[in-house]
Design a protein around this ligand. Sequence first.
Ligand code: UGA
Length: 441
Amino acid sequence: MKIAIIGTGYVGLVTGACFASKGHDVICVDVIEEKVSKINEGIAPIYEEGLDELLKELVPKKKLKATLNAKDAVMLSELIIICVGTPSKDEAIFDYTYLEEATKNVGLALKESDDYKVVVIKSTCSPGTTLNLIKPILEETSGKESGEDFGLGFNPEFLREGVAVEDFLNPDRIVIGGIDERSIKSIRTVFEDFDSPILEVDPTTAEMIKITSNSFLAMKISFINEIANITEKIGSDIQDVAKGMGLDHRISDKFLRAGLGWGGSCFPKDISALYHQSKEVGVPSKLLESTIAANKKQPLRAVEILKSALEDRSFEGKKIVILGLAFKPDTDDMRDAVSIPIINHLLDKDAIIYATDPIAIENAKGYLDHSNLHFVKDPAEALEDADACILVTEWKKFALLTPKIFAESMKTPILIDGRRFFDPAKMRAEGVIYYGIGLGK
Ligand code: UGA
């Protein structure tokens, strides 16, 4: 099938590369010239495991190319997948500026074409958007009728950043929300050789499945985080509790890792938008509201624990090391990273922060700026003479920090393990004053 992908962020480019790897002919569209040139050179402009390899193989074979010209791409394609970003606006609603712009361009191209084409939305949006926003824009700009002259649908993505290629090629399920049978049939064609259950629904249900899946996962994490705060006090270990719970297939151990909270470009904005919509339609969700509130508090658990560990209960003038800045490992994404409120809180209390991350330091500089904040590349160097350390992001690389390094380099070897990354027994055996989220004394 000939496919146009509008927007080459991690969702768009991964979608394009994976469909090309299945034998389809893919043209990716972006407004940034540099991205387009890089893709055409076979280089991924973003980091995603396995993506560079796919581009290196598929671009020379002419299965995948990129262009700045949306109209040409649409004219040449049977399926047009819109994957532009829908960032959050005013914290609670999606900003559809890029989505509307991309939809208009697709509509204008449809106007010039005599062929039946199907437009698919992959950008996350509030339930109802495909029918109430996208459809009218497409009909107005193309002068054509959906269902008659062109097809339309919503096909959610369930890709985790960092492992998006793997997630795309091995999905748990494929959800196709189409306005009619013909649209659904066309979209189904590109998923023919995927070995996963396919669910066919209307576009609003598909949008709801996407946003509620993310909200549920966020709620699951917040649940285990709140339980971790309890286990800490009553003297049991959240890891064993989660393991015991997770062995029940109805619960599962996935997304049951307690820590300092969830961040990123998806969970925070999706759950806020759904909560906002629940209020708008007159059924405000208490669970969504509490999940958001619990996650706002969770990063500061690290600060509370640290405060109680410091002899004078004061952060003033203390050198505190932050291990990990990105919202999760294997990405340089700082959007809604929990490192931000932790660092800001400590800086407010006059601490001196030495923060390190394998790849997110450059991005972090756009989010954090203070004369008492120092970014350090080498974690071992950061630890020298420190009063305390908080592990915020569980990068594998931090495993190189042995208990001895903490014990010998730091002034006082206080370690708050916000992701339960290190072995408490080994740390304590070496003299490290170790605290783990959800670990009772
Ligand atoms: C999330 C979803 O997992 C994807 O299915 C979805 O497609 C994507 O959002 C999206 O809407 O585009 P992502 O934001 O890349 O993917 O990251 P996750 O791996 O889901 O992690 C989200 C946050 O939860 C991170 O801050 C992570 O540290 C935290 N987390 C995750 C926990 O604290 N505990 C866990 O057990 C799992």
